[in-house]
Design a protein around this ligand. Structure first.
Ligand code: 1QQ
Length: 382
């Protein structure tokens, strides 16, 4: 080998090594860490929702972190239990915002908690992404408050339209919880949708969170012979109402129609056979052919041993919505930049479908009507 050739070869070799190390150091440049707070109801009246929300979030975070931060971002979650109580929600928000210094809070589970706790984040200039807040007015708290959950006002008119078309109902009984932002909001939405469809409300009955015996209300309702029973309740009370309605002889031919509180498989578990044919307005369905959704259902079922519910899907989607915004925010700890980036989420592919926020930072996608068939939620209509 001539001396000149040798020099050339050495130069090429060195260039190769330098190039490779350069590439390696770029690939292994450590991803930035985003600290995300989760305020979820792991105990109390909404624990059935909180559990699957935590699972859905966990799955998304594990997927993102397992890609070794390919997006340049890894997520460190801080999970807190808001105990389904507004005051505990406030405590948890304070801790996440001022001690843990998270860049965003996902949650809280209940609108009843969000309507007080979200104000703390708004005041601190920290974004919140609600995943199951369906009461009116939550995002009106301020420009840092977002949600990926459809409101009852968005879902229920469709539910009533589909049900009316199918059953031709003319007169109904309305039963609702009168001490919770969500159950009252659902009541308002049902009342308006029924009025718009010229369906008569024979009676309005109410109950309180924690009630176990609904026989007085249901006996009155039975005596009026409604075409359907319309209920706005969280799942604990919904399960009792559905079971007792059938026990007290409201016939199976009288459909029971529920709002978002009914969307948990624990309704089916608790009310058993009485839950068959219950009709629910929903924001997601397991059988959606969207390939992202199919992959999610498979991965979730493999990890947790049971299929996801709507609450898991909305939580899973939320983590990816935040990731999308973080990538554009140029920082993983700038709350203001993250808020701005969230407003620009547009047509993002998620398990909920193509996702964008409305100008008012609410979700915007098509609701669905589901019914319980053979112990599972299935699509009833759209
Ligand atoms: C709300 C709801 C509940 C059913 C959440 C789990 O929709 O509180 O807004």
């Amino acid at each position: 080998m001539s001396g000149e050739n040798h020099v050339k070869k050495t130069a090429v070799f060195l260039a190769l090594i330098l190039g490779l190390t350069g590439m390696c150091s770029r690939a292994s440049a450590s991803p930035k860490v985003a600290k995300i707070g989760f305020a979820l109801s792991m105990t109390g009246a909404a624990a059935a929702y909180g559990e699957t929300q935590k699972n859905g979030s966990r799955l998304a975070i594990d997927e993102i972190n397992a890609r070794a931060g390919q997006e340049g971002i890894k997520i460190t979650p801080v999970f807190e239990d808001d105990a389904s109580q507004p005051q505990q929600g406030v405590n948890v928000f304070n801790r996440l915002l001022f001690a843990d210094k998270v860049v965003i809070i996902i949650g809280p589970t209940l609108s009843n908690t969000a309507q007080v706790a979200d104000r703390i984040a708004q005041g601190a200039g920290a974004p919140v992404l609600g995943i199951s807040n369906t009461a009116k007015g939550i995002t009106d708290i301020g420009d840092y408050i977002f949600r990926d959950s459809l409101t009852e006002m968005q879902v229920i008119p469709n539910t009533i339209r589909v049900v009316e078309k199918r059953f031709g109902i003319k007169k109904v009984a309305l039963l609702y919880g009168n001490d919770d932002a969500f159950t009252k909001g659902g009541y308002d939405a049902f009342k308006k949708a029924l009025g718009d469809s010229h369906i008569q409300i024979l009676t309005e009955q109410s109950f309180a969170k924690g009630d176990r015996d609904f026989s007085a209300q249901l006996t009155e309702i039975r005596s009026l012979q409604p075409d359907a029973l319309v209920v706005s309740a969280l799942v604990e009370e919904a399960s009792g109402i559905v079971s007792q309605a059938r026990q007290l002889g409201i016939p199976a031919s009288v459909p029971i129609i529920g709002g978002n509180g009914f969307n948990s498989p624990s309704l089916i578990k608790n009310a058993g056979k009485a839950s068959e044919n219950v009709i629910v307005g929903a924001a997601w369905n397991e059988s959606s052919s969207n390939p992202l959704n199919q992959g999610f259902v498979r991965a979730y079922t493999a990890k947790f041993g049971a299929p996801p519910d709507q609450f898991a899907a909305q939580a899973y989607a939320a983590v990816y919505i935040v990731l999308d915004a973080l990538k554009r925010a140029g920082s993983t700890d700038n709350r203001k930049a993250l808020r701005e980036a969230l407003t620009r989420v547009g047509g993002l592919d998620t398990v909920l479908g193509k996702f964008s926020f409305t100008k008012g930072r609410d979700a915007d996608y098509a609701p669905v009507v589901e019914t319980v068939k053979d112990g599972a939620f299935t699509v009833f209509g759209q």
